[in-house]
Design a protein around this ligand. Structure first.
Ligand SMILES: Nc1nc2c(ncn2[C@@H]2O[C@H](COP(=O)(O)OP(=O)(O)OP(=O)(O)O)[C@@H](O)[C@H]2O)c(=O)[nH]1
Length: 300
């Protein structure tokens, strides 16, 4: 076995000089705990390389610092401690530290009416950085929902009215006849286009916030939209879902405005950016709307 001291290239002077904004490792597997659930997580860990003559950073020191996060409920104070460790272990090299932690948290969600429940995945990424402006944490979260087009619904209603006029021209209009007609396929001969849709949220967490507001953000988002994707569904649940879609007809503009209002009331946040994507069944492209509050372009 080699008894000579191991050469450390990272300590050698750089042949090509220059500072770097971010050096580290991406897609590091890491078991996380979020909202009480174990998450198959992945981390991207990095620091700035401020010394233009230094050949390299010390990757293992970043990697080993991540152990602090293993299988402990993820909190901002935990992350801040890891970022401090990154900078302490690179005192002479770096002034900025970065940590992104992502995965998909599974939450058990109740059915609309029946006493059932099922699991649904919510992809998230927590982007954290520590620099001369202090500590910043931004939580990205994606929530799926259903959207039904209000214009398509209006056009469908018109066709149903025309069909009613044609079917009831030369016959007495009795309550029974109309009721039977409404219960037939003729009474719903046109249906509005509806589609699975996604709300992509980026929320900046306020100073002093420690807990990750992931569950409260999911609840607030699904409440604001009114048409959350379902898990366990019996016919009674499906009927309630049909009613929810009929009562919450949404253009992408409507969904974005609802979410903007809802996020403005989310405690523990001081800015957000949102983007809703309706993968419309009407055409092969998506209808998209964006909104933000107190976001600025200062940081990505
Ligand atoms: N900086 C840097 N290191 C790399 C890269 N690719 C692989 N490494 C290796 O990352 C390993 C870990 O680096 P260090 O943390 O400095 O390892 P070490 O020198 O044994 O540990 P310390 O004594 O704490 O510095 C080294 O063996 C490097 O060669 C790279 O692109 N950049």
């Amino acid at each position: 076995m080699n008894r000579l001291p191991l050469e450390d290239i990272a300590l050698a002077p750089a042949s090509c000089l220059g500072t770097l904004s971010w050096v580290g490792m991406e897609h590091i597997a890491l078991p996380l705990q979020v909202a009480g659930q174990g998450v198959i997580g992945y981390a991207s860990a990095g620091v700035s390389l401020d010394d233009p003559t230094a050949r390299g950073i010390h990757m293992s020191r970043l990697y080993l610092a991540l152990a602090e996060l293993e299988e402990r409920e993820l909190s901002l104070s935990l992350v801040a401690g890891v970022l401090k460790n990154f900078l302490d272990s690179h005192a002479e090299l770096s002034s900025n530290a970065f940590l992104d932690l992502g995965g998909e948290v599974l939450l058990k969600r109740p059915a609309l009416i029946s006493p059932l429940a099922g699991w649904k995945g919510y992809p998230f990424t927590l982007h954290c950085r520590r620099d001369d402006q202090g500590f910043e944490a931004i939580l990205d979260l994606t929530v799926g929902y259903s959207s039904t087009c209000p214009c398509s619904a209006a056009l469908s209603r018109q066709l149903i009215q025309q069909a009613f006029d044609e079917d009831f021209t030369d016959m007495p209009v009795s309550r029974e006849a109309v009721r039977a007609w409404l219960g037939s396929e003729q009474g719903i001969l046109a249906t509005p286009h509806s589609q699975r849709s996604q709300a992509h949220l980026s929320v900046r967490l306020a100073e002093g916030q420690d807990e990750l507001p992931l569950l409260s953000l999911v609840d607030r988002t699904e409440r604001a939209l009114g048409t959350a994707l379902q898990t366990a569904v019996k016919r009674i649940d499906e009927q309630a879902f049909a009613l929810a879609n009929g009562q919450n007809l949404m253009f992408c503009e409507d969904a974005a405005r609802r979410l903007h209002q809802a996020l403005r009331e989310q405690p523990g946040t001081d800015g957000f950016r949102l983007r809703v994507v309706h993968a419309e069944s009407l055409h092969a492209h998506d209808a998209v709307a964006r909104s933000e509050w107190n976001w600025g372009e200062g940081r990505p």
